[in-house]
Ligand binder design. Structure first.
Ligand SMILES: Nc1ncnc2c1ncn2[C@@H]1O[C@H](COP(=O)(O)OP(=O)(O)OP(=O)(O)O)[C@@H](O)[C@H]1O
Ligand SMILES: [Mg+2]
Length: 338
């Protein structure tokens, strides 16, 4: 069966190795442990695993074990019966039950408490669960896929992760390599995100200039694909021209690759007369923009500056530009920034 990798971009050999294992393991019911730095696409890969499995018509139920307070996590995973604790006014199924016939994705499993790890192990081995406060045991038919950006082997050594659970989860390890090891995928992804962002922001298709491409290939991308994605979005807001030049790239990148930041275009251009100059028609046509997009770009720059100056605090940013907080949120949403 051909793998359906809809939405996963990249043709590097590092990624091809991952797909090879994915193709073999997807149709089975084996437990899979996905590892990789933050932002490498672990969730995307796990979704692809589900969609390429026999369980594709069943539910895909993700749960972020690191984001739910530990007192609540057990009941989220296994459900609870009415009266099990103060706020348990009615019985509720947990994610394992909801995933019956499908796949449960235990994201950030490395954050899970040791006491709960025992219960996961039991669910894995016996394929049965017990709701909090329950007296009966329920059988569940669930495939378990887990992900972590921690090194679980050293977590085991440090006594923070149960060894038996680690081996039980790690039947098939899938490691997503960091973006910096995927060579030209960086450019494929950058181009993909720029295309999407140009569409979303209703502006002319943006592309990286050759020089800018060279620079982003050298950068180490510590935040991986997520960093690249956010970064392309920022360019789509802040960079007015359709061709992204090295001077449009943030200083952080130049510091990382050990080069001096290039001067911003505005700094190279002759100083404008003292005071404020309204944009001229030429400013607009130079940027190859229509009136609406030009005004949108100006608004985008002002909003981004206000947010930066107020450290992302929306109340403050709204005040700076003189609009209501709700209007600001609406505008940010429209720009895909929320
Ligand atoms: N190969 C890829 N092709 C297209 N988009 C990708 C790819 N890899 C990651 N992304 C996108 O990058 C973002 C981060 O991916 P994802 O959430 O899957 O990463 P993660 O490894 O789960 O991160 P974290 O450890 O922080 O949870 C998502 O928006 C995802 O769609
Ligand atoms: Mg994730």
């Amino acid at each position: 069966m051909a793998l359906n990798l809809d939405g996963i971009i990249g043709d590097s050999s590092a990624l091809a190795d991952v797909f090879k294992v994915l193709g073999k393991v997807a149709p089975t019911d084996s437990t899979v442990l996905v590892s990789g730095e933050s932002g490498t696409g672990k969730e995307l890969l796990v979704r692809a695993l589900h969609h390429n499995s026999e369980r594709r018509d069943g539910a895909f139920v993700p749960i972020n074990c690191g984001a739910i307070p530990k007192e609540l996590l057990e009941s989220e995973l296994f459900g609870h019966e009415k009266g099990a604790f103060t706020h348990a006014i009615r019985s509720r199924p947990g994610r394992f039950e909801l995933a019956d016939g499908g796949t449960i994705f235990l994201d950030e499993i490395g954050e899970m408490d040791l006491s709960l790890q025992v219960k996961i192990l039991r669910a894995l081995q016996e394929k049965e669960i017990e709701r909090v406060g329950g007296i009966t045991i329920k059988k569940v038919d669930v495939r378990v896929v887990a992900a972590t950006n921690r090194d679980l082997e050293s977590e085991v050594k440090a006594g923070r992760f149960r060894e038996d659970l680690y081996y039980r989860l790690n039947v098939i390890p899938l490691h997503l390599p960091p973006l910096r090891e995927r060579g030209n995928d960086i450019l494929l992804l950058a181009d993909h995100f720029l295309k999407e962002q140009s569409k979303a922001k209703a502006r002319k298709r943006m592309r990286l200039s050759e020089q800018a491409a060279e620079i982003i290939l050298t950068y180490s991308w510590p935040g991986n694909v997520r960093e690249l994605e956010n970064f392309m979005e920022r360019l789509a807001i802040l960079c007015d021209a359709s061709s992204v030049m090295p001077e449009d790239l943030p200083e952080k990148i130049f510091l990382d690759i050990g080069e001096k930041p290039l001067k911003k275009m505005e700094e190279i251009q002759p100083a404008r007369s003292v005071g404020f100059d309204w944009p001229t028609l030429k400013d607009m046509t130079d940027k190859e923009l229509k009136l609406k997009d030009f005004l949108e770009a100006i608004e985008g720059r002002l909003l981004a500056e206000a947010l930066e100056r107020s450290d992302g605090i929306k109340n403050k940013a709204a005040e700076l530009v003189g609009i209501k907080r709700t209007t600001l949120i609406e505008k940010l949403k429209k720009r895909g920034l929320l």
